[in-house]
Design a binder for this molecule. Structure first.
Ligand SMILES: Cc1cc2nc3c(=O)[nH]c(=O)nc-3n(C[C@H](O)[C@H](O)[C@H](O)COP(=O)(O)O)c2cc1C
Length: 216
């Protein structure tokens, strides 16, 4: 084989490699954009159960605050707050927080509340509670979380923000009061935080996304 044949072969291979690399990079860019859009849509949908009965026209995920620990919200991991608007006016906030005292560890929950402090919905996002016992707090398994809708720090009074077995107003689950107790406490403490920080949370303009905001 002559030297020129070897060089030609090498150049051909290099050209093919370059074309393949470009194609892979191009496909990756296209797919990445589609995956981002799908993830965004999925996230938006997953937040809706905590916004029942509320009119809003902002993309919920567009106005997100990540609150790194330590903070005054329930849980020791970072909390997330999504601010929700209608015609540029604040209408609600969604909190992703953790109830610390679950039976089998922290329970990640989503708590929505309108600007008056009325709960628009609670949704259990992630937990390790026991199937058939604590897992009945999931909205696919029972309506247990529905009882928070429309409640606030004034209804019931703060001392009655507890399960019935502890003298409060919230139903527990038969044979499983540890999980409901943890969630009731976390929802209440989220409302307490919201009450104290509402103005601060909505102080800046809508849609300044993914901020790491200095909130306690
Ligand atoms: C193996 C096992 C798993 C349990 N899992 C849970 C659970 O996920 N959530 C819960 O609240 N209680 C769970 N319990 C029950 C609690 O230990 C506790 O007895 C119960 O929450 C008390 O509820 P009660 O006050 O209605 O009797 C579990 C108990 C056992 C033995």
């Amino acid at each position: 084989m002559s030297a020129s044949t070897v060089i030609k072969g090498g150049v051909t291979l290099a050209v093919i490699a370059a074309i393949c690399t470009t194609l892979v990079a191009f496909t990756y860019r296209l797919t990445e954009e589609r995956i981002d859009a799908n993830e965004q849509a999925l996230l938006e949908r997953s937040l809706q159960p905590a916004l029942s009965g509320l009119f809003y026209d902002s993309g919920v995920t567009e106005s997100k605050i990540i609150v790194p620990p330590p903070h005054d919200l329930p849980g020791s991991e970072a909390a997330i707050i999504y601010r929700v608007y209608a015609q540029q006016e604040p209408v609600a906030a969604l909190f992703v927080v953790s109830a610390r005292d679950g039976y089998a560890g922290p329970i990640r929950i989503l708590v929505g509340a309108d600007t008056e402090g009325l709960v628009t919905g609670v949704h259990v996002l992630e937990h390790r509670e026991t199937p058939g016992l604590g897992d009945r707090v999931e909205s696919t398994k029972s309506d247990w979380v529905k009882q928070f809708e429309g409640r606030s720090l004034l209804d019931p009074t703060p001392s009655e923000w507890a399960i019935k077995g502890d003298g409060g107003q919230f139903d527990q689950l038969t044979g499983a009061s540890v999980t409901p107790r943890a969630i009731v406490k976390a929802v209440k403490n989220t409302l307490v935080y919201y009450d104290a920080h509402r103005d601060e949370l909505f102080a800046d303009a809508p849609a300044e996304s993914d901020q790491q905001k200095e909130v306690p």
